[in-house]
Design a protein around this ligand. Structure first.
Ligand code: UD1
Ligand code: UDP
Length: 360
């Protein structure tokens, strides 16, 4: 089969790594990088580290407003799809690259597989929520990571083509923890295991709002421990724009985003993680590290129910209380499958291809 896979942002490179490896065993994969993320530390480092094949097409769309960015991708992806005529298009997650890929394909009547389908925060202010809903409703094969996601889709009338396969991010994590343990990042940063907090922020609700951003930075600066803070370029842009660097405490170690293996090792050894990332909430659950989520809602509700993740929003008292007292102890379940989601996804795509051939 000929499959076009579309990626563009950091978490999508990580998600596509195991699927791409599996797909290429028996199929012809064409990889499109939309160019949504383009800095070395947000893009190429993941291709190098995770052995992701060089994209066949880099659309070099870059940063822009939602409409311009998504619209440019739509135009460029359509050209590739018309040339390549794939049997299936695979899209990942919930970014503008996901939506553009889904829209381009559905209009050309090319079947779409959506990896990480069915997630909902029920917060339409998040651009990702719009991207998820529209992509799911355009998709033919919905690869769902959790039972909650199956239920979410059912409530929207989608039950055909839904496959509960587990989470491909767990596949990558499982395959990478051995090699990540060779990372020298703790020594380089001069921190001891379980003696620091790790933080990431990049949601517009936290970065684009100066009150929220400065409050988060103030709280991190008052923490009693060192805070390791790989800074997303969106966040750095707003820190610089508002001149907030000067007020950040000496305990907060800011640096550029780090590689996947270094980040996994930092996560595994952190005392606690403070984040607004989706992927990091899952990884901290799997790695048994308490996660303090700087959001009002989450798609990963199981991690909250199991007690390893707590939603604190931007409430100062709640954040400080969680930094000081949030110490979960419960057992972890296999919430995200068994680490073979990629194998299952590829088998389903191949069976779908054989069925289509048998019916024509
Ligand atoms: C995007 C996704 C978000 C995902 C995140 C992963 C959308 C709507 N958002 O958010 O769902 O969680 O990626 O990290 O698709 N920039 C650079 N260099 C880069 C990329 C971006 O400097 O390589 C800066 C630019 O100033 C840009 C800003 O970051 O305007 C935001 O980038 P963008 O891709 O639009 O959104 P993210 O916040 O990265
Ligand atoms: N990550 C990384 N380096 C960093 C920060 C995050 O490799 O400096 C990885 C992290 O391990 C996870 C993914 O990036 O696998 C999460 O991506 P992000 O937070 O950008 O997006 P989200 O999951 O919120 O969509």
């Amino acid at each position: 089969m000929k499959i076009v896979s579309i990626v563009g942002a950091r978490p999508q490179f990580i998600k596509c790594a195991p699927v791409s490896k599996e797909l290429r065993k028996n199929n012809h994969e064409i990889l499109i990088h939309t160019g949504q993320h383009y800095d070395y530390e947000l893009s190429k480092v993941f291709f190098d580290q995770l052995g992701i094949p060089t994209p066949d097409y880099n659309l070099e769309v870059g940063s822009a407003s939602h409409g311009k960015q998504t619209g440019t991708m739509l135009v460029e992806i359509e050209k590739v799809l018309l040339d390549e005529k794939p049997d299936v298009v695979l899209v990942y997650g919930d970014t503008n690259s996901t939506l553009a890929g889904a829209l381009a394909s559905v209009k050309l009547h090319i079947p779409i597989g959506h990896v990480e389908a069915g997630l909902r925060s029920f917060d339409r202010n998040m651009p990702e929520e719009i991207n998820r809903v529209l992509t799911d409703h355009a998709s033919d094969l919905l690869f769902v990571p959790t039972q909650t996601a199956v239920t979410n889709l059912k409530k929207e009338g989608i039950s055909q083509g839904v496959f509960l396969v587990g989470d491909v991010m767990y596949d990558v994590l499982k395959q990478s923890t051995g090699i990540a343990s060779k990372s020298q990042i703790l020594e380089i940063l001069g921190v001891q295991p379980k003696e620091y907090f790790l933080t990431t922020i990049h949601r517009p609700s936290n970065t684009d709002n100066i009150q929220n951003l400065s409050q988060i930075l103030e709280i991190l600066s008052s923490a009693a421990k060192k805070v390791i803070f790989p800074v997303h370029p969106r966040t750095m842009h707003f820190i610089k724009k508002h001149g907030l660097e000067r007020s950040i405490g000496a305990n907060v170690h800011m640096m550029k985003s780090v590689s996947y293996f270094d980040f996994l090792w930092l996560e595994q050894n952190a005392e606690k993680i403070l984040t607004d990332s989706g992927g990091i909430q899952k990884e901290s659950y799997i790695l048994k590290v308490p996660c303090i989520t700087l959001r009002e809602n989450t798609e990963w509700v199981e991690t909250i129910a199991d007690g390893w993740n707590v939603l604190v929003g931007t409430n100062k008292e709640k954040i400080i209380d969680a930094i000081q007292h949030f110490n979960p102890t419960g057992e972890q379940r296999d919430l995200f499958g068994t680490g073979d989601a990629s194998t299952k996804i590829v088998k389903i795509i191949e069976d779908y291809g054989s069925d289509s051939i048998n019916h024509t």
